[in-house]
Design a protein around this ligand. Structure first.
Ligand SMILES: NC(=O)c1ccc[n+]([C@@H]2O[C@H](COP(=O)([O-])OP(=O)(O)OC[C@H]3O[C@@H](n4cnc5c(N)ncnc54)[C@H](OP(=O)(O)O)[C@@H]3O)[C@@H](O)[C@H]2O)c1
Length: 343
């Protein structure tokens, strides 16, 4: 079988496809033939050596495929089920425990960008029945992180306003979930074209953060000076502008660090505005199943920017790394009928 790995040296140019033996299953495990995978910033960071991951390392956290074999102790899955990987494998429900961080697929343990994967049944989730494998491959990290940030950490309510930053996988899922809840969305992006697409998905107000570097003040103005109830922080470098945009008693769900891991942060406005700042780590399996039910009930479809075949792995990684996408970038293992733009 083929596996996508970073072998001897870090760097996107060193990501290769290698033949490996198909793994065998234990009693509690399931063999999945992978149809589609999706990329996350985490894959880029690992491939570039940001965490000093031990090599060789199979990349990837997000995969969807069909169950081909089940172990004798498997109770909840059957041959033929379409399943997605659950990123923080041991985080099944309740609060996150320190040990859970050691079970993250593609990070602490080998990843899932392989033609076949074997995982315990507890590390797999049936996909929503209204989605294709390609669409569902966007759920394990981006979808679930957005759900966690909007619903669990963010506690967004109907009629409230959320600020979203950028138009990548997490932000676009968050836009869709926020609109489903009945909340208002203000979204910022580097691209007017992407903001136009966000409007078509229901964004109420849009700001180009490149041509409007004072976007924090602008968000405040757009809310009549009150500020937003919730913000999903994606940059961290510009957290000061996010704080400027917040309502008294508002909540910032910290998701990303696209601007860097450290910043100059004055505590004054956090105290003055009584803000809550909460970190987000994707989500539990229970949250994943809750999200899937919401996707089914609302017949929601994830936004897939582009689908690449495995033969164009390197082009796909470069395209994703350049940040031209709106929503998610997916790669298919086998040629399947698709309803999304293909290379
Ligand atoms: N905490 C967690 O559990 C968790 C889970 C998933 C992701 N993340 C993190 O969340 C962030 C977003 O992930 P993603 O999967 O949505 O990434 P993505 O699909 O690559 O999208 C990133 C988008 O953010 C915008 N952007 C780029 N630099 C920015 C900056 N400095 N400030 C504000 N926006 C910027 C760009 O959109 P425009 O072109 O529209 O400007 C870019 O396309 C990443 O840092 C990722 O590592 C964290």
């Amino acid at each position: 079988m083929k596996a996508v790995l970073i072998k001897n040296e870090y760097g996107l140019g060193n990501v290769t496809i290698e033949e490996q033996a198909i793994p065998s299953i234990r009693e509690n495990e399931v063999l999945v033939k992978v149809n589609a995978i999706s990329f996350n910033q985490l894959d880029l960071m690992i491939a570039k050596g940001a965490f000093g991951t031990k090599l060789p390392h199979i990349l990837g956290s997000d995969a969807v495929g069909i169950v081909e074999q089940i172990g004798s102790d498997v109770l909840t899955l059957n041959v033929g089920d379409l399943v997605a990987t659950h990123f923080i494998q041991s985080w099944q429900s309740g609060g996150l425990k320190p040990v859970d961080l050691k079970s993250r697929l593609g990070t602490a343990v080998q990843g899932v960008f392989s033609e076949y994967i074997t995982l315990p049944e507890s590390s797999l989730v049936k996909i929503p029945s209204n989605l294709t494998a390609e669409e569902a491959s966007s759920l394990p990290i981006a979808g679930l992180t957005a759900w966690e940030a909007i619903v669990n950490a963010g506690q967004l309510k109907p009629g409230q306003t959320v600020l979203l930053q950028g138009t990548g996988g997490v932000s676009i899922f968050a836009l869709q979930f926020a609109k489903t809840i009945g909340a208002k969305v203000i979204i910022i992006s580097s691209s007017d074209e992407k903001l136009e697409k966000a409007k078509q998905l229901g964004a109420d107000k849009t700001i180009n953060y490149v041509t409007n570097p004072d976007w924090g003040k602008m968000v405040l103005e757009l809310t009549g000076g009150k500020g937003v109830d919730l913000a999903l922080e994606m940059s961290w470098a510009e957290i000061g502008k996010t704080i400027e945009a917040m309502k008294l008693g508002g909540r910032i769900a910290v998701v990303g660090l696209l601007g860097g891991a450290s910043t100059n942060l004055s505590v004054f406005d956090i105290i003055q505005k009584c803000l809550s700042i909460v970190g987000v780590q994707v989500g539990s399996k229970t949250a994943f199943e809750d999200m899937n039910r919401a996707i089914e009930v609302n017949n929601m479809t994830p936004v897939i920017d582009r689908v690449f075949p495995l033969s164009e792995l390197s082009e796909a990684l470069t395209y994703f790394d350049e940040g031209k996408h709106f929503g998610k970038v997916v790669l298919t293992w086998v040629a399947v009928p698709t309803r999304h733009p293909q290379r």
